[in-house]
Design a protein around this ligand. Sequence first.
Ligand SMILES: Nc1ncnc2c1ncn2[C@@H]1O[C@H](COP(=O)(O)OP(=O)(O)OP(=O)(O)O)[C@@H](O)[C@H]1O
Length: 205
Amino acid sequence: MLIEIKGLSKKFKDKQVIKNLDFCIDKGDLILIQGINGCGKSTLLKIISGLMSYEKGSIIFEKPLKIGAFIENPNFIENESALYNMKFLMELTGSFDKELVSSLFKDFQLDIEDKTIVKKYSIGMRQKLGIIQAVMEDQDFILFDEPTRGLDKASMKSFDKLISELNKMGKTCIICAHDGVSNINFNKLYDMEEGHLIEKTNIKV
Ligand SMILES: Nc1ncnc2c1ncn2[C@@H]1O[C@H](COP(=O)(O)OP(=O)(O)OP(=O)(O)O)[C@@H](O)[C@H]1O
């Protein structure tokens, strides 16, 4: 087991969003979590990625993992280009690889030499930058929250291909999505209901 979550609970004021949740993640898992708006999917991803605190329970990582996360609206340096932003993010960890980033840009129909500032990017274009930054540093475990929202058909296909490649490389991914993921071969599918994860046996999305 790569990550073991036991008895996880999280509330906002009086609202108990996650209730005594148990969740086991194995290396190479490709997991889909679905559930109605406001059921707690983003909250769970934020907690797992270390971006949010929780009151009760434990999250045990079998070993240190490089985590990539695309959760809600990613923040960028708005008055700079996409390339500047990617360089900035990668240089924080000392690993800027222009060739790799350039090929990810191409896969998502973006031009790495485009000097347009990010503030002028469309919703879909920002979405693509968010996806790219989550995978561009060879992260082992990647969390995606609504990754296909606002993507055109070609970019949805690029996303499917990216996920399939990550899966072949043995990466572990969790995706929360309402739609746009029907071509992805998930091996585990959950519904989030009343603060718990309920595993579905029929893994057809
Ligand atoms: N920072 C916060 N402060 C207070 N309440 C919050 C906060 N973040 C989330 N919530 C509440 O927690 C609940 C779960 O929100 P969350 O964003 O995790 O849901 P979700 O399943 O991701 O929803 P959606 O499908 O709409 O993205 C909601 O009722 C939301 O209002």
